[in-house]
Design a protein around this ligand. Sequence first.
Ligand code: CA
Length: 247
Amino acid sequence: MAKILIVEDEEKLARFIELELIHEGYTVEKTGNGLSAYEAVSSAVVSEEPFDLVLLDIMLPGINGMEVLRRLKILEKDQAHTIPPVIMLTARDQVMDKVAGLDAGAVDYMTKPFAIEELLARIRVALKLHGHEKEDAQDPVSGRSGELLTWKGLTLDKNKHRVTYGGTDIPLSNREFQMLLTLLENRDIVLSRDVLLSKVCGYDYIGETNIIDVYVRYLRTKIDEAFGVKMIQTVRGVGYVIYSDSD
Ligand code: CA
């Protein structure tokens, strides 16, 4: 499984990303300092276990993320080492940095705050493009097949961002899609509204938690009512769940 370095000085955010990545099965290291990030990546490229991907914040103590990236590119050019793909993490007001980051050789960028599912999706894409394709074997227990998740007649394709039931397309908004994806990936586990909120709306979403109830209602209209099933179950006082074997 891929090894990822998180370079982020906001400890809470770094820890949140770390836990999510570990949950996904990645090996994770993190640092909150630009200089130590450069040292970690540059010493790893010549070792047996280089990083497969770097998540790089821009505003950092030591040297900033742009400078880290610039130095890594120099290392690549002068020493002919292959450096791992870099996804920049930028704040909303750093549009210029975002453009500069891509110019400087980052493969992608995320604007904070972001929904964790989107970051995970972009990590998968970056790893795939750089030779770390995930196993595509079907797991009969979870119903997972690589990027496809299934439940009864429903199929969710993570890559194509598409949901069908018995072959019929179900158009979903981005947040409805994230919500369904989160529930399907955690089937048989009751998820609280807070957990769903951080997955669907971003880790620092500020607003009504009943927005989750609204998305559940939309999904039930589009799936349960349309196809005569009962997919998303309400667990009173707790949250929501999709059971593998529910009718
Ligand atoms: Ca920062």
